[in-house]
Design a protein around this ligand. Structure first.
Ligand code: F6P
Length: 357
């Protein structure tokens, strides 16, 4: 069978491992041939392709990024965009398409499926906020990078008697902030799921320092929200950078807003660091290489079982398939139990998670 493959949305460590697994199993077990569509949906829309065979996937397992490159192109925004995608698949003799991406990419996959295209999805995002699966690949790598950064920031915060705010990615959900915050022993963890009261954050830090501690670490997801809805940094970002084709503003900046508020309210010298794309770059962890490989193997098997309109998903330790519609219906926010674990390690009883579902 001839199969198209593309990677869409923000890149993520492990994308190459998925591509490699798809091509190797497809070639060895099913005698498939592949067409790589370049730069996400843009390649399918504009017919930009590359050869995808055993030699093109040689040596890519440990490499970050994606040999197919990526973009945030949304074909549904273009006149006849979905029809053009279907037409280019036909032109290359592709009977099926494997789309590797997060909620935006897979929402397009779902639309194409509704238009008669045989699509399989593979869940990707460092944010881990895709519904229908327990974990997305890339998340573990991002958490490890963020944890190492928090460890490093700890020693300098301690040396200088400072508060340091570490801003991590996490647009709709605070998975990276929660996991790296727990792993790195953060004193405050702020996530989009639980709007925070800045005075409560300041009080938490004051109490900690009153008990004799002289430095603090705050980990904040880029999408964390002020309880009073005062999102000036986000408004500024939307004005400055506009929105992408899926309607998202470019986040970033909450760390420095928090740092100046904390310093103003507590009198403690405060700094902020933004980890940004460092979390998305570089080689995947062993866990992500294995998970990404298993997703790739699951996806190619799904193609040959005819499970179209579905996404490969991790449930417990099994790869199964779930409807794309389920995966894109909502963002998967951090479980209450994990949020409770994050709060449980903080050394104050005054700070409570409220508003989490
Ligand atoms: O892929 C999701 C994500 O990592 C978000 O956490 C972040 O807001 C966004 O990507 C950044 O995207 P870009 O690379 O387009 O700036």
């Amino acid at each position: 069978m001839r199969i198209g493959v593309l990677t869409g949305g923000g890149d993520c460590p492990g994308l190459n491992a998925v591509i490699r697994a798809v091509v190797r199993k497809g070639t060895f077990h099913y005698e498939d041939g592949f067409v790589g569509f370049m730069e996400g949906w843009r390649g399918l829309l504009e017919d930009k392709t590359m050869e995808l065979d055993l030699s093109s996937v040689g040596g890519i397992l440990p490499r970050g990024g994606t040999i197919l490159r990526t973009s945030r192109t949304n074909p549904a925004k273009y006149p006849d965009g979905l029809q053009r995608c279907a037409g280019n698949l036909r032109k290359h003799g592709c009977e099926a398409l494997i789309a590797i991406g997060g909620d935006d990419t897979l929402s397009v996959a779902e639309k194409l499926f509704a238009n008669g295209v045989k699509v399989i999805g593979v869940p990707k995002t460092i944010d881990n906020d895709l519904a229908g699966t327990d974990f997305t690949f890339g998340f573990d790598t991002a958490v490890n990078i963020a944890t190492e950064a928090i460890d490093r920031v700890h020693t300098t915060a301690e040396a200088h008697n400072r508060v340091i705010v570490v801003e991590v990615m996490g647009r709709a959900a605070g998975w990276i902030a929660t996991y790296s915050g727990i792993a790195g022993g953060a004193d405050v963890i702020l996530v989009p799921e639980v709007p925070f009261d800045i005075e409560q954050v300041a009080e938490l830090i004051r109490q900690r320092h009153a008990r004799g501690r002289y430095f603090s670490i705050v980990v904040a997801a880029e999408g964390a929200k002020f309880a009073d809805g005062n999102e000036k940094h986000a408004e500024a970002s939307a004005l400055q950078a506009g929105r992408d084709e899926f309607g998202h503003i470019r986040l970033g900046g909450i760390g420095s807003v928090l740092a100046s508020e904390i310093e103003k309210r507590t009198g403690f010298e405060t700094r902020s660091v933004v980890l940004g794309h460092i979390q998305r770059g570089g080689s995947p962890t062993a866990y992500d290489r294995v998970l990404a490989t298993r997703y790739g193997l699951g996806a190619i098997d799904m193609v040959h079982r005819g499970e179209f309109g579905q996404m490969a998903a991790l449930h417990g330790n099994r790869i199964i398939s779930v409807p794309l519609a389920e995966a894109v219906a909502t963002n998967r926010t951090v479980d209450r139990e994990i949020l409770d674990a994050a709060v449980g390690i903080l050394d104050t009883l005054d700070y409570k998670v409220t508003g989490a579902s």
